[in-house]
Design a binder for this molecule. Structure first.
Ligand SMILES: [Zn+2]
Length: 274
């Protein structure tokens, strides 16, 4: 707990320094301090709990204990997982999904855990007859899912919702190769420090995808607290490419923001091939 408080203090000092030109800096500092005192009184308030991808008291192995709302992080159907290709099961009841995406405005935010692109408009992922709406996409370095025990350098997550308790996340793995066209367009504009950025970019979402949309599918969770087990995962079998330099540049911003793989337990990973 001491370390949490110390880290929190450093965050406050850092945040205050960051917004020192902002007249609200002092009140911001006070609010954060008060919030932390509430946390010390009762561990139920998860809103202001600090968690980290890195080992230590706030690291992934302790997420489930940081507050009651994070208890799901210790559940039996957690993500990410290692996908062992010889143990996946082809399932003919699965079908190709349909991407009803368009060129869309995005708001880019570095939330301290990832670089997130909030999307606007009606970008729909059709799975069967169900319409999931794209809310945001973000990146992890290294990949969160591993394939036969191996990480890829980056993984993209496109988060779609049908309801609060029914999410579909598409995972796209990156491998080193030719330069990624979208990265060439927006990598230089990414916020390297935590913060909200006003700039609105237009992104042609279909360009995020490989040509082949075959996938692995399993039921899992959010990979960050609160780790809710409400996610239908679709990890694309074909990776996309980015250059070595682009991967290095992005990884430097993301700071190893991947959760280690979790046990599969009694779940099955299904595979869809068109
Ligand atoms: Zn993610």
């Amino acid at each position: 707990m001491k370390k949490i408080l110390l880290n929190s203090f450093l965050v406050i000092v850092f945040a205050a320094a960051m917004v020192s030109c902002n007249p609200s800096a002092q009140s911001d500092k006070t609010t954060k301090k008060e919030n932390h005192e509430q946390l010390a009184d009762g561990k139920n308030d998860c809103d202001h709990v600090h968690w980290s991808h890195h080992s230590g008291e706030e690291g992934p192995e302790h997420w489930k204990d940081l507050c009651s709302g994070f208890n799901a992080c210790g559940g039996q159907a957690q993500s990410p997982i290692d996908i062992i290709t010889t143990e996946t099961k082809a399932d003919t009841s699965l079908s190709a999904f349909e991407l009803k995406y368009s060129t869309t405005p995005v708001e880019i935010i570095n939330n301290g855990h990832t670089v997130q692109f909030n999307t606007f408009g009606n970008n729909i992922l059709m799975i069967g007859k169900k319409e999931y709406k794209l809310m945001q996409f973000h990146y992890h370095a290294l990949s969160e899912h591993t394939v036969n025990g191996n990480h890829y350098p980056l993984e993209l997550h496109l988060v779609h919702t049908y309801s609060d308790s029914d999410l579909a996340v598409l995972g796209i793995l990156f491998e080193e190769g030719e330069a990624n066209e979208l990265f060439t367009e927006y990598l230089a504009k990414l916020p390297v420090e935590k913060g909200r950025f006003e700039s609105k970019e237009m992104i042609e979402l279909r360009k995020l995808f490989p040509a082949d949309l075959d996938y692995y599918h399993y039921k899992g969770s959010l990979t960050t607290p609160p780790c809710s087990e409400v996610v239908s995962w679709y990890v694309l079998r074909s990776p996309v490419k980015a250059s070595k330099e682009q991967i290095a540049q992005f990884s430097k911003i993301l700071h190893d923001n991947y959760r280690p793989v979790m046990p599969l337990n009694d779940r099955k990973v299904l595979s869809f091939e068109d």
